[in-house]
Ligand binder design. Sequence first.
Ligand SMILES: C[S@@+](CC[C@H](N)C(=O)[O-])C[C@H]1O[C@@H](n2cnc3c(N)ncnc32)[C@H](O)[C@@H]1O
Length: 329
Amino acid sequence: MYGPNDVPQPIPYQGSKRRIAPTILQYLPARMSRFVEPFAGSAALSIMVAARRCADGFWINDAHSPLIRLWREIIHRPGEIADRYAHLWNDQLGREREYFDEVRRRFNGRHDPADFLYLLARCVKASIRYNANGEFNNTPDNRRKGARPSEMRRRISHASHLLRGRTQLTSWDYKDVLKDCAKDDLIYMDPPYRGVCGNRDQRYLPKVDHDEFCGRLSDLNDRNIMFAVSYDGRTGTKTYGEPLPDRLNLTQLEVHAGRSTQATLLGRSDVTYESLYLSSALALSLKRAGQANESRRIRQPGSHFTEMNSYIGLFHRFLQPHPQTSADG
Ligand SMILES: C[S@@+](CC[C@H](N)C(=O)[O-])C[C@H]1O[C@@H](n2cnc3c(N)ncnc32)[C@H](O)[C@@H]1O
């Protein structure tokens, strides 16, 4: 049997929220009817929520359709996709460089999910990059062969076990997903706005425009639907992305997202913080459920970021542990 800390990640993905998923989870309700990820990518949050048994159903959406086709195989035909990955992995041995090019050429012709999984497992920084013609053009990381077939099989079968029978999969534009969401959904959004998905060409995807995105969030507020958004952030004193505006009445938190490798190489130790915004409906629900008490300090629109780090610490302390996470030790 799998434990709540055994969180499989079958799809290697640059920009994955895997490392900070446990922190984000603390700001979500302990019980959710449906957990919706309109910008799912490797769906790190959905997998974490499923492993901790916090939601009854899931909706994994990403406008990039090869990714959703891969998710479909992983969830519904785990044995077949694991076999096909094993075949590609073994077949490459001894000629890894040329083999990658062959698979990439084939993938650009017919977008086969197993080829896509192999490319993601082998390419530099697991980054999806396309050229202006819509062809996948990332190169292999020659130091890595990709996860071993036995390990990949374990991750795939566990992810399938967690999500099968309770997950809807679509490759829609996020706006259509938001339109279809209902009042008892919890929506977690991690849009590509700040370019953290790598320097990839996004022309093959519907654009995520900041103002339009804010308009959609305002609409969710009007419909009283709970949501959380990962958006802007900072590394040391350098900020990236545009903050979400005060008029949306969001609670803004900063999440410690690790040290910048670039800064470490330069002998500095800059820490990256990512903003996590909670809708007022979500903040209220956490308060009602006793997951945060009255005296917690939440940054309300218009206040300052001063002492944000200690405030995050305080917020954490005031949250009651989830029943599922209390077993973590
Ligand atoms: C930052 S990544 C999400 C990473 C994800 N949180 C994870 O843990 O792997 C953003 C994702 O949004 C998708 N995307 C970009 N534009 C989109 C749109 N208009 N509608 C839906 N998805 C979109 C991209 O394909 C990408 O996978």
